[in-house]
Ligand binder design. Structure first.
Ligand SMILES: N[C@H](CCC[C@H](N)C(=O)O)C(=O)O
Length: 289
């Protein structure tokens, strides 16, 4: 099957975008994996599908697959690129862009400076959890925040890390580190991603607080590994930092791939994310059938 695609990136988190507005491609997980493969395919962290939405008042359906071929609920950097794509391709009829995802409807906005702002919805603080006695965990309340101690089995024996756990539509476990460049992502990342506490696996964030308006962040993403930026991960880290009293309501998030700005007023308020969205190239590829 020969298909056309658009390669995009948001703060270095990169995507293959597929236009399914006229025809569904019905790809199999192996074909998503082929598209994401950086040696045998195009190469990307996620594959984003643009589909029409049957729902009244909703313009598009936004379907997201990780590099491992699994479909997921949300992708923040991808949402900005989705908005850039549908505007640049002339697919948008009105002023607003309302997009259905597995975790609800989002409404991205293109700003005059070329960056894109997305209301990512309100954070959710209780994730589907394995009963703690089955996973050997010891939850404790730290201030007003329930943090979880995860028992990680790493080469040097087991170690306990305290993570803040929340959902931005997709699951995140965020920990604070003194130096994000020295954070053990390659060791702890896969351990946390696949920890029995998270029956749907999890994205593992490593946050260094610079001051109340700035953090540095690296994320080991579920289904991908370390990415240069993670939009929902930036939202989750800022929400965790605000809930722990470490951050103010507007935070610049330095990622290896660029800068994201996250705002959250607390409580049930939605989290706002602003950042870049860039088209890199267009192409065609022959997919295995
Ligand atoms: N790996 C994530 C999906 C992509 C999230 C990230 N690329 C973003 O910008 O939010 C997950 O499995 O939940």
């Amino acid at each position: 099957m020969r298909i056309r695609f658009t390669k995009m990136q948001g703060a270095g988190n990169d995507f293959v975008v597929l236009d399914e507005t006229r025809q569904r491609l019905n790809l199999a997980p192996e074909q998503y994996r082929q598209l994401a493969d950086r040696h045998f395919g195009v190469g990307a962290d996620q594959i984003l599908s643009v589909r029409p939405s049957p729902a009244p008042g909703v313009d598009f359906e936004y379907v997201i697959h990780n590099a491992d071929g699994g479909q997921v609920e949300q992708c923040g950097n991808g949402a900005r690129c989705f908005a850039r794509y549908v505007v640049d391709k002339g697919l948008v009829r009105g002023e607003r862009i309302r997009v259905q995802t597995l975790s609800g409807v989002i409404e991205p906005r293109l700003n005059a400076d070329g960056r894109v702002t997305v209301d990512m919805g309100a954070p959710v603080f209780d994730l589907p959890a394995v009963p703690f006695d089955a996973a050997g965990l010891s939850p404790h309340r730290d201030g007003q925040w329930q943090k979880w101690h995860l028992a990680l089995e790493v080469e040097a024996g087991s170690e306990i890390v305290a993570v803040a756990v929340l959902s931005m539509g997709n699951p995140h476990a965020v920990q604070e580190v003194a130096d994000v460049e020295a954070a053990p992502l390659c060791v702890q990342g896969p351990e946390i991603e696949n920890h029995p506490r998270f029956p749907k696996r999890v994205n593992a964030g490593f946050m260094q607080v610079v001051d109340r308006g700035r953090i540095k962040l690296r994320v080991w993403e579920r289904g991908v590994g370390e990415t240069l930026a993670c939009g929902t991960g930036a939202c989750a880290a800022v929400v965790a930092g605000i809930r722990l009293g470490r951050l103010g309501p507007r935070v610049d998030v330095e990622t290896r791939g660029g800068l994201l700005t996250i705002e959250w007023a607390g409580g049930e308020a939605p989290v706002s994310m602003t950042g870049p969205a860039v088209t890199v190239f267009e192409g065609e590829i022959e997919l295995q059938d």
